[in-house]
Design a binder for this molecule. Structure first.
Ligand code: NAD
Length: 493
């Protein structure tokens, strides 16, 4: 891919930041620069907010547009994503480090997400209520309307998909948006906005500003001209955004971190449980918010499970993501160092490192940010590696002897994003799922995620939902309309 420069997209124009500042975009598999992006500041964010505000409050062309016409435009975006699928997948692979086949699957999901929401806008919505007659005969109904200007802030682990989970429903609902992708991974977002430019969304409807969270992100969170801020990322930043958003009492959506339990009972299908546990913690290099990072296994199966789990983790291949190894590099040198630091903490805390536990620099991985898949057993509930969101290929293993104990260990976390149970006893599976304090649960599988179903967390894992009908309604206001069916005085005054 030729070296690119990615600019902001504001008020229908490609713009440099007002300061003219630029920053390098790094390929994490090699450490080399593959692109630059305009490095924006608060003033650029303010100009994008102004553009979105003008588009929403001024002509209001997008929000007033016939729903079918709006849907037709969104369907065209999905078609264009498919036309440029190869280019998008390659950009995602080079910029994020995920294996190419995973990037291809993300691009396919991205097109599907636009189509799903485009279909939804033309379906019935709102409700009619049979209200009591204390004010005379009335009919009450609700309509759904766009919220206004939405600020969307996303992380680097699924650069395209995390953006589209928010962009698609926000736009389809008729909002105007200011999107801030992670400045680590702006490549695929640059292509997405080229598509928006080509399709010709009304001027100012979709704006993109690339820059640090500490200036661009905080401006979106604080601005009184932004009606909603929705964020995917770490819990600490989510808390900061909630505090800043409180000043204008704007609506917030937060998809945050996790430390999700994967409970395996002795009656589970062993090979299935091992493979799904690997998908749970090593897929996307473990840089998955819902990763099954805490494996909680019934004591009587521990030895057998650990033998297979470690053997298979040892066999995982690392390499150039374009060659489709099992795993690619972590996103950046600093994130790799954080993960390596946690591995050292785990060792110092007395957990046993069963496999991995180091930076991998063999062959094509010499200068990239690769960490071998790492498993710790003999873990206890107080260890930092058991409690904190590492966001890398590091699994901890704890054991239990009773169902109640398994549930207690699983729920012993400040997070509540996801969790899974492996058992061939159907009633037990449902009992455990009922008790898990988590927004996403799986039985005999780990990590499948569907555009059609809501995604989000309990506890410190977030507020609100992405995806599904619920993820559409997040971007809508509900207006109540009451109609007097017998106009005239009612004799009160
Ligand atoms: P991060 O929180 O550091 O950054 C996420 C985004 O927020 C980036 O665009 C960043 O520039 C911006 N940002 C940073 N500080 C900000 C501030 N003060 N105000 C406004 N914006 C700010 O997260 P990350 O390192 O990019 O991603 C990893 C984290 O994201 C992990 O904790 C992971 O669990 C979480 N995550 C959650 C989900 C989910 O659906 N729940 C999905 C993916 C990632």
């Amino acid at each position: 891919m030729e070296h690119r420069h990615i600019r902001n997209f504001i008020d229908g124009e490609w713009r440099e930041s007002l300061s003219g500042d630029r920053k390098a975009v790094i390929n994490p598999a090699t450490g080399e620069e593959i692109a630059t992006h305009t490095n924006s500041a608060a003033e650029d964010a303010r100009s994008a907010i102004e553009s979105a505000r003008k588009a929403f409050d001024g002509s209001g062309e997008w929000r007033r547009m016939d729903a079918q016409k709006r849907a037709d435009i969104i369907f065209k975006i999905a078609d264009k994503i498919e036309e440029r699928a190869g280019e998008l997948a390659r950009a995602e692979c080079l910029n994020n480090g995920k294996p190419l086949r995973e990037a291809e699957a993300d691009v396919s999901d991205a097109a599907h997400c636009f189509r799903y929401y485009a279909g939804l806008i033309t379906k019935p919505h709102g409700s009619v209520y049979n209200v009591n007659e204390s004010f005379g005969k009335m009919r009450s109904f609700t309509v759904r309307e766009p919220i206004g200007v939405c600020g969307l802030i996303t992380p680097w682990n699924y650069p395209l998909l995390m953006g589209i989970w928010k962009i698609a429903p926000a736009l389809v609902a008729g909002n105007c948006i200011v999107y801030k992708p992670s400045s680590n991974t702006p490549l695929s977002s640059g292509i997405l906005f080229e598509i928006f430019d080509e399709i010709g969304l009304p001027r100012g409807t979709a704006n993109m500003v690339i820059g640090p969270g500490s200036s661009v992100g905080t401006t979106l969170a604080e601005s009184g001209d932004v009606d909603m801020v929705t964020f995917t990322g770490s819990t600490e930043v989510g808390q900061d955004i909630a505090r800043r958003a409180a000043g204008s009492l704007k609506k917030i959506g937060l998809e945050l971190g996790g430390k999700s339990p994967n409970i395996i009972f002795a009656d589970a299908d062993l090979e299935g449980a091992v493979e799904w546990a690997m998908i749970g913690i090593f897929f996307n290099q473990g840089e998955v918010c819902s990763a099954g990072s805490r494996i909680i296994i019934e004591k009587s199966l521990e030895k057998q499970f650990m033998k297979r789990f470690a053997e298979r983790a040892e066999a995982i291949t690392l390499g150039n993501p374009l060659d489709n190894p099992d795993m690619g590099p972590l996103i950046s040198e600093s994130h790799m160092n954080t993960v390596l630091k946690y591995i050292e903490i785990g060792k110092a805390e007395g957990a046993r490192c069963v496999c991995g536990g180091y930076r991998y620099t063999e062959g094509p991985c010499a200068s990239g940010f690769f960490v071998r898949p790492t498993i710790f057993d003999q873990c206890t509930p107080d260890m930092r590696i058991v409690r904190e969101d590492i966001f890398g290929p590091v699994a901890t293993v704890q054991t239990f002897e009773t169902e109640d104990e398994a549930i207690r260990i699983a729920n012993d976390s400040e997070y509540g994003l996801a969790g899974a149970v492996f058992t061939t006893d159907g009633a037990r599976a449902l009992r455990v799922v009922d008790e898990l304090r988590a927004g996403i649960t799986w039985v005999n599988c780990y990590n499948p995620c569907f555009t059609e179903a809501p995604w989000g967390g309990y506890k410190k894992s977030g507020i609100g939902r992405d995806l599904g009908v619920e993820g559409f309604e997040e971007y809508q206001e509900v207006k109540q309309v009451n109609i007097n069916l017998t106009p005239g005085p009612i004799g009160w005054y």
